[in-house]
Design a protein around this ligand. Sequence first.
Ligand code: NAG
Ligand code: NAG
Ligand code: NAG
Length: 686
Amino acid sequence: MFIARVLQGIGIQGPSAMGETTVSAVVWLVSGLVFIYDVITLPLYSLVQWPWRQVRRAKRIRVVRHAIAQHGDKPCFGVREVLVEEDEKQPNGKIFKKYDLGEYRWVSYTDFGERAAWFGRGLRELGLSPGDRVVVFAETRAEWLISALAAFLHNITVVTLYTTLSEDAVVHGITETEVTHVITSHQLMKKMRPVLERCKNVTTVVYMEDQLEKTDTGSFRDDLRIVSFADVLQMGEHSTVAASPPTSQDVAILMYTSGSTGVPKGVLITHGNMVCTMVSFATGTEIQSEDIYLGYLPLAHVLELMGEMCCIMFGVPIGYSSPLTMMDTSSKVKRGCRGDCSVLKPTMVAAVPMVLDRVVQGIESKLQAAGPLAKALFNWMVEYRNTWRRRGFDTPIMHGKIAALLGGRVRAMASGGAPLSPHTHDLVRSCMGATIQQGYGLTETNASATLMDGDDVSVGSVGPPLLGCYIRLVDWEEGSYRTTDHPRPRGEIVIGGENVARGYYKLPEKTAESFFEEYGIRWFRTGDIGEMCANGNLRIVDRKKDLVKLQSGEYISLGRVETVLKTSPLVDNLFVYAESSRNNVVAVVLPNLAPLRQLARTSVGPALAEADLDDLCANEELEGHVQRALAEHGRAGRLDKFEIPFRVGLTSITWSPDNNLVTAAFKLKRKELADFYREDLRRLYK
Ligand SMILES: *[C@@H]1O[C@H](CO)[C@@H](O)[C@H](O)[C@H]1NC(C)=O
Ligand SMILES: *[C@@H]1O[C@H](CO)[C@@H](O)[C@H](O)[C@H]1NC(C)=O
Ligand SMILES: *[C@@H]1O[C@H](CO)[C@@H](O)[C@H](O)[C@H]1NC(C)=O
């Protein structure tokens, strides 16, 4: 959502009615001028930037660069002060609640440790014992980490659940783990009410307070004990219960996946696993003394949790944020008030591909509006910048407005959770002037398996295996991926090492299916298809689940097609569907309103320009135009002819975990989507 507005501020304007010759002449002229500039400044830059060092670094495989230091009074995490919440009238007359936000308030490492110790003893006072489990069900905020660390100190296992999970899934997690204590937050108390009606064994609820509002603790079961976070801290401060530290073999976290098929599965992660993952993360990232990390992804996502744990280990302050307050234009930020990024000026940000795709969409729709000259110049600039980057230089152009969206200081971004399209990778890297390290890993492998080297300037790969991780490829005959393939070996990715989890909680069959031991190492079958490059980088090329065999015998990777088509400005989300009895694929698209209206105006007629989304989606003629636009986009993204949807249906229903069409991590649930759109798919294939 926030990204939809990210690019409002870019504003590249230019005359749009310019002939093609003029455009290329201008680009030629500018590139000529810049060439002269290059020649003049090259010696200077060589002296200042030492590009050979950068190139040499890019060639080095990996070196352990870090040692754990002591941090004491250094700031550990910061939370932004909410001054006031007020109504703001929008131009269209609607009224939205907005925050006026103050500065970040910081807590030192010493204080963080103290609070965790208090909270841990407080939990013991509330009746938890070493060896018990506690559910942490909250959005990303400082208290989340305090709770987790507190539980670890007493050998209490933390059960994590995504806040976007459906009510049934939350009940499933709470029941399966037999917990009696739940830690949640002000924002989620409403969601917990019906859940706790169904989970009678829960006796105690701890809630993290809101900065402004008082939490409503009424209308819960009478026998439920409801305590505020501050009260637990206070109970712990005056308690004398001794800590009961776990061993590396004890389970630290029982992490529920978002569940792309069926109910979420709990993954057991030990303390040893976590330390091991952190060490391997650390070898893949260079940390500088002025670094600040922006924490906003769900902590129930293993990538974010490990990222924040690493920050704590290396003394990188974490500034908490949320998608609603991240940027100046974010939906909860009062007009005139600065967003979290502008105030915090983070240097490190983790992102999921969905977020970065939206950034690219925003840039492209701006360019579309700005006309051919701006577009040609922009493309040339991206190319120019990438060219020099590969030679090891940094160029001063193109920082500016886009980088300022995230505070202007971001130097490193990490992306994980799904493959990032090379186009998005290149474009965002150029515009932000930051490295984007793409990583690969699963909850089952404690998030880590591979991570691109910070100095790697390529796109499309997820980097080499992290320290302590083994990767091997295994033939998958059905999809005809073999380790004997040329030019590069391909096959199902199997991950081994200390970071592989012990198994799924209470699911022995699933565990036996996916986990096995060999050569004294524990292995996990990922279901993803990879390709090993000559330099040791892994590329993700497919997913077993996404592969469908067409009637002609061609295999088609639905996920790959979606990754390409999703970067079209017309598309908010889409799913591609193929029937094995057919020779072509269709797609159901959830469109973006503004570009769709634009297309409707120019292709169908001005009458549709103000129509709402439902009416637009019901227009079959418009569907045809969307199909043509997507086909063109697909060809530009080098999709094969049979991979391009031959018909496209439009839908105005947003897919969310609530209607069970995507997982809590917003991965598509193909079976559910196909069932939901059965009629439409039949119509499209007719
Ligand atoms: C921690 O708790 C587990 C039970 O979950 C128990 O088996 C283990 O022995 C405990 N560890 C320590 C060091 O007490
Ligand atoms: C509550 O706990 C008891 C015993 O541990 C168990 O038999 C029962 O199924 C649990 N009830 C629910 C609703 O989880
Ligand atoms: C992953 O977790 C397991 C325990 O579930 C642990 O033994 C292993 O060391 C962890 N791996 C990494 C890389 O942290």
